[in-house]
Design a protein around this ligand. Sequence first.
Ligand code: NAP
Length: 242
Amino acid sequence: MSPRILLLGGTAEALRLARRLGPESIYSLAGLGRVPDDLPCQVRVGGFGGAEGLAAFIREQGIELLLDLTHPYAAQISANAARAAELSGIACWALRRPGWQAGEGDDWREVGDWVELVAVLQSFQRPLFTLGREPLEHLHEIPLHQHWTVRCLTAQQGVPRAEIIGARGPFALDEERALFARLGTDVLISKNSGSQSTEPKLQVARELGLPVLLLRRPELPAVDREFLQPDALCEALERRLV
Ligand code: NAP
């Protein structure tokens, strides 16, 4: 018998795993991105109402194992998952994707938050933001000497000194090279997601000798089992299924 799994998703790894779950299991999405309609498991969309709401859902649905495959920067849902598993007495397993590591020729600088980021950005003119929607809240604060490009999941109308590009990975190296060349980018801003699908931009920055400002990763809670690679998690899952 397979355990009834609740899989918290929002990443490519989660979707790949969801394709392997049976009809007794549930794949959960926050509802910001696409909702797949071709999965063998059940799909639900939207928040649970905090850790208590998630724990109640786990109990109501008779969930036996909670899997956290959310994005490394989705700290709230990961905290809720750890707490809800504790409250409902089931195990929580998490994929903790390692961050990218700087190599030869990289000029990477870590920043703690938006305020620190803006201070470091002062000496640049053409930043390319690839860390989600946060810069969109600050379009009225663009310094006069800067022109921003913000790449996030959905496009919206730009403003005189900012272009907003709607795009989702994976991104090809050649296309990233062309984008940097068209924009005249002089600094790249990113989360350190560790995802292969968004890694080519780092190579382009390296090739051009450009600095990369990386938003520091949030602290994530300890859970019953943590996996660095999706394959290791799948293997452990298969052993538990037999
Ligand atoms: P977050 O701040 O950690 O979570 C905010 C709230 O969204 C949670 O408290 C929860 O609401 C709900 N939520 C998040 N993930 C959920 C899921 N898989 N199923 C049901 N509800 C969920 O998360 P976020 O940073 O806004 O990210 C939202 C989603 O996008 C996550 O699933 C994440 O994996 C994905 N994502 C995030 C990023 C990123 O950079 N943050 C990048 C790519 C994908 P309740 O408290 O009401 O339960």
